[in-house]
Design a protein around this ligand. Structure first.
Ligand SMILES: *[C@@H]1O[C@H](CO)[C@@H](O)[C@H](O)[C@H]1NC(C)=O
Ligand SMILES: *[C@@H]1O[C@H](CO)[C@@H](O)[C@H](O)[C@H]1NC(C)=O
Ligand SMILES: *[C@@H]1O[C@H](CO)[C@@H](O)[C@H](O)[C@H]1NC(C)=O
Ligand SMILES: *[C@@H]1O[C@H](CO)[C@@H](O)[C@H](O)[C@H]1NC(C)=O
Ligand SMILES: *[C@@H]1O[C@H](CO)[C@@H](O)[C@H](O)[C@H]1NC(C)=O
Ligand SMILES: *[C@@H]1O[C@H](CO)[C@@H](O)[C@H](O)[C@H]1NC(C)=O
Ligand SMILES: *[C@@H]1O[C@H](CO)[C@@H](O)[C@H](O)[C@H]1NC(C)=O
Ligand SMILES: *[C@@H]1O[C@H](CO)[C@@H](O)[C@H](O)[C@H]1NC(C)=O
Ligand SMILES: *[C@@H]1O[C@H](CO)[C@@H](O)[C@H](O)[C@H]1NC(C)=O
Ligand SMILES: *[C@@H]1O[C@H](CO)[C@@H](O)[C@H](O)[C@H]1NC(C)=O
Ligand SMILES: *[C@@H]1O[C@H](CO)[C@@H](O)[C@H](O)[C@H]1NC(C)=O
Ligand SMILES: *[C@@H]1O[C@H](CO)[C@@H](O)[C@H](O)[C@H]1NC(C)=O
Length: 396
């Protein structure tokens, strides 16, 4: 089990001790240390951290992506995406375009999100401990939450932010993993309110979280569903909470297991009630995807072989981000296989739509990809963590 590696960091001002579990061995730990060192250097050498410069490479590729996406949106004012699983439909261009991050400014993105205006948000988990925002036609990103390079637990800081969501009113939500809390930023504010994980202390009470990862919202944005990885459960919270009150257990909570009554380190989660009443959850340590009706006592495995890792088309290895589309096709970020798998509705056979299966930083490769999001034209964005970038894959 060489992939189980724990990074133990005790942050002096926080109660929550981070147990960052990565699929790789000590190499990943070194990469994280390197990122931190880069961060320190950047802080010293960047006088204006809120507008970090992009490298020429990033600027060039961003320009081309900007051009392509504006062409797409102006030629198709109403989004007419077709089912990618109908025979003959093309999928995604496997050559990715870097839209955020560069060799001079790594953005080790975890969760990514696009709002209705195709504004991209990315949770920079361990590079700068911030959330980046990139407007649709922009080249340079700005920081909208967190203190640049300063991890911590006060109201303006984040500590290993994992996922981000912005509601219709412009309020932003961030799963602040290292602080075991979910922060809400009222439209435009850089000061977060803790709405889940009341005292930033890891625990299993219903007002506590344990190294939660990704989250998903219902269509009215009344509730959020948090993948509470360390507690092997999914907990539902009201989004209008102001004080981190109790959540409601909706899935798992029986300890880790690969049976259909348990979750095994839930990481990614997606809920699309217009398509299904079930939550779609990735089991990071279970190498599987399970669908689960909120409140039910068991779920149904829909992808991967529970408890067994692998790299062929029916296996996964430590899956992270997940999305379903309007046709119930499922997109799974297969972290340790460095690829994105598409499972057409009712199929457990994956089709690789991004990444070539080996870790690397070429345009056709990924290195420990994490989060996934789509824009209004179904272009796909992947948080390409170890490469320190967000890759965009154009829908063909
Ligand atoms: C990070 O910086 C510290 C202090 O300068 C140094 O001791 C350490 O070796 C560096 N780590 C890496 C991975 O470069
Ligand atoms: C992006 O940032 C760079 C460096 O600060 C700057 O030179 C460039 O003008 C910016 N580009 C845009 C479109 O704002
Ligand atoms: C995919 O993207 C690459 C690089 O941007 C481009 O050269 C190629 O023509 C694209 N392929 C298709 C089928 O659009
Ligand atoms: C999208 O852009 C429009 C026009 O700039 C703005 O009024 C609206 O608030 C934006 N929507 C979101 C979700 O940010
Ligand atoms: C949080 O701590 C950072 C680093 O010490 C500091 O720069 C920032 O002003 C603090 N924010 C608040 C709201 O106290
Ligand atoms: C957020 O606040 C800004 C400034 O007050 C406003 O222009 C914008 O429309 C708001 N966004 C949303 C989505 O309401
Ligand atoms: C945090 O809250 C939990 C549950 O409410 C409680 O058991 C624990 O003592 C609290 N910890 C701190 C440090 O306040
Ligand atoms: C929060 O939302 C719930 C569900 O819509 C509602 O019943 C409750 O009154 C709201 N609370 C506040 C403080 O707005
Ligand atoms: C997992 O489930 C199996 C079968 O129900 C059971 O025998 C085993 O004790 C469970 N393991 C844990 C850790 O709960
Ligand atoms: C869970 O597994 C049990 C036994 O294999 C089965 O009877 C049950 O229907 C499954 N639950 C769901 C929701 O698929
Ligand atoms: C897959 O799981 C086996 C058994 O737990 C483990 O020995 C192996 O290292 C894992 N392989 C990868 C590539 O993670
Ligand atoms: C993936 O692409 C890289 C770079 O082109 C290549 O070196 C590597 O062999 C490819 N891996 C696989 C499994 O095809």
């Amino acid at each position: 089990m060489f992939w189980i590696f724990f990074v133990l960091l005790i942050f002096s001002t926080g109660d929550c001790i981070l147990i960052g579990k990565r699929d790789n061995n000590i190499l990943i730990g070194n990469i994280y240390k390197s990122l931190w060192n880069i961060t320190q250097n950047q802080i010293k050498s960047t006088p204006s951290p809120s507008t970090p410069s992009s490298s020429t490479t990033t600027t060039t590729s961003s320009s081309s992506s900007t051009t392509s996406s504006s062409t797409t949106s102006s030629s198709t004012t109403t989004t007419t995406t077709t089912n990618p699983c109908i025979s003959g439909n093309l999928l995604w261009n496997k050559t990715g375009i870097t839209v955020l991050g560069s060799t001079s400014l790594l953005v080790p993105a975890s969760g990514v999100f696009l709002n209705a205006n195709d504004t991209l948000y990315a949770a920079d988990e361990a590079g700068y401990f911030v959330v980046w925002k990139l407007l649709k036609n922009a080249i340079n990103a700005t920081i909208v939450a967190g203190n640049y390079g300063s991890a911590g637990s006060n109201s303006s800081q984040l500590y290993y932010p994992n996922d981000v969501y912005v509601d219709r009113s412009g309020n932003m939500y961030v799963t602040d993993m290292g602080n075991c809390r979910v922060q809400k930023y009222i439209n435009g504010s850089k000061s977060g309110i803790t709405i889940a994980g009341i005292n930033s202390s890891a625990g299993s009470a219903l007002d506590q979280l344990s190294y939660q990862r990704y989250f998903t919202f219902d269509s009215t944005e009344t509730y959020m569903y948090v993948a509470d990885a360390g507690n092997h459960r999914v907990v539902r919270y009201l989004t209008n909470s102001t004080s981190g009150t109790n959540g409601v257990l909706v899935a798992g909570g029986n300890g880790p297991n690969n049976t259909n009554t348990s979750l095994n380190t839930p990481f990614g989660i997606h809920y699309l009630p217009s398509v299904s009443n079930d939550l779609f959850i990735t089991n990071y340590d279970g190498h599987s995807v399970i669908r689960w009706t909120p409140g039910a006592s068991s779920g149904t495995f829909v992808a991967g072989v529970p408890g067994v890792n692998g790299s062929d088309s029916t296996h996964l290895n430590t899956p992270m981000g997940i999305k379903i589309d309007n046709y119930m096709n499922m997109y799974v970020v297969d972290f340790a296989n460095h690829r994105v798998q598409l499972f057409c509705a009712n199929s457990n056979v994956g089709i690789t739509i991004a990444g070539n299966g080996s870790a690397g930083n070429s345009a056709t490769q990924l290195n420990n990809p994490r989060g996934i999001a789509f824009d209004s034209a179904m272009n796909m964005y992947i948080g390409d963590d170890v490469n320190g970038r967000v890759q965009k894959f154009m829908k063909l």
